[in-house]
Design a binder for this molecule. Structure first.
Ligand SMILES: N[C@@H](CCC(=O)N[C@@H](CS)C(=O)NCC(=O)O)C(=O)O
Length: 355
């Protein structure tokens, strides 16, 4: 049923649908907390480490990213699907600036982990400072404003992003946030800065409204690609450790078959003719927008548009379609971004904010 709900990025649903089998108590007990990623260091400075743990009370998995230099005390908890492009966007932002956070994997069938959220049932949802923040771009804008505004608490920043209630075509209540792409700066900036901010907003919207729609038609383009995509999910989701073999194979083959069919529907819905060409064109368009004189759209450093696109791209890193990114015009930019995010190159800004 989750398959047919027609979510914008159905990949997330299907992957998650199978990523929660029946974990027995015994299996869970054999998975103690463990470091799964070597510590990131810069010279002598210990930057971050990632640990996996299992919540004994619910048998659910979460992982914590501990950035030793984060003194913000924001206590961020991100409810997510590991390969959802919207969630990957948020994680790219958090990792670049070096926030500490806990990521909780949501079961898309029961969604039990987000039952605290009555009306909104999508991911990502961020819990922070006693608030539940929905919508990936709103989460990013609020945290980006937090980084800029030492004079404001996270609670005050919340008030800067009012919600507007309306009804969708089926009459269901929906909340929209008209300022979700805006960073609320303290001072009026120069004309050049305003032009840069406008460019950043427009390309963040392009990632959400255009680029992300290209992902499903590409990663499930042929039966073989759909199958390989699910084999990759199995790898990154650690399915061989957490599920019996029969369950894993069922998930891989059924998921691939379902998504192969659904991706054709999505392709039609978004008027995509040739999915590979559309992906190539998008990478070209992005690089043309950056131009020859800039390393990133943000200049010498990534801005929020760079981070959004990079995050969305990491969601299909292990798929054949990713070759178009790696070997195309955006390949070098992508490598620069990977290094910047992995090394938390924006961490000075968070350190200054929390000092
Ligand atoms: N506009 C939202 C879109 C979020 C979204 O569509 N998330 C998908 C996962 S990729 C979802 O949760 N769909 C509902 C479901 O899978 O049940 C955002 O930017 O956060």
């Amino acid at each position: 049923m989750t398959l047919l709900r027609g979510s914008r990025v159905a990949m997330c649903s299907v992957m998650g649908l199978f990523s929660y089998g029946t974990k027995t108590e015994e299996q869970v007990k054999t998975c103690p907390i463990q470091v799964v990623q070597p510590e990131q260091k810069s010279g002598d400075i210990l930057l971050s480490r990632k640990i996996h743990s299992v919540l004994r009370s619910t048998n659910e998995w979460e992982h914590s990213i501990i950035n030793h230099l984060d003194r913000s005390n924001l206590d961020i908890r991100l409810y997510q699907y590991e390969t959802c492009p919207f969630c990957c966007k948020v994680r790219a932002f958090l990792d670049y600036y070096g926030f500490s956070y806990e990521a909780v994997e949501v079961n898309p069938v029961t969604r039990s982990q987000i039952k605290f959220s009555m009306d909104y049932k999508k991911v990502p949802i961020m819990k922070c400072g006693g608030f539940n923040v929905t919508e990936s771009s709103l989460i990013i804008s609020q945290l980006a404003t937090f980084l800029q505004r030492k004079d404001r608490t996270f609670e005050e920043i919340q008030q800067m992003y009012p919600a507007v209630e309306s009804a969708d075509e089926k009459g269901k209540k929906v909340m929209t946030y008209p300022s979700k792409y805006f960073i609320m700066l303290e001072k009026i900036t120069s004309t050049e800065d305003m032009a840069r901010q406008k460019e950043e907003r427009e390309w963040r919207m392009w990632v959400d409204d255009h680029f992300i729609h290209l992902i499903s038609p590409n990663v499930y383009r042929t039966w073989n690609e759909a199958l390989n995509t699910f084999k990759w999910f199995s790898l990154v989701g650690d399915w061989d450790r957490t599920f019996p073999a029969w369950e894993r194979y069922l998930a891989i083959y059924m998921g691939a078959a379902a998504m192969y069919v659904i991706s054709k529907r999505l392709k039609k819905r978004h008027n995509i003719d040739d999915e590979r060409q559309a992906l190539r064109d998008a990478c070209k368009e992005w690089m043309e927008a950056i131009g020859k004189d800039r390393l990133f759209m943000g200049g010498d450093k990534p801005n929020l548009a760079d981070l959004a696109l990079y995050g969305a791209m990491t969601s299909f890193y292990g798929c054949e379609a990713f070759e178009e990114v790696k070997n195309g015009p955006a390949g070098e930019w992508w490598e620069r971004m990977r290094k910047a995010v992995k090394n938390h190159e924006g961490r000075k800004i968070l350190e200054l904010r929390a000092a």
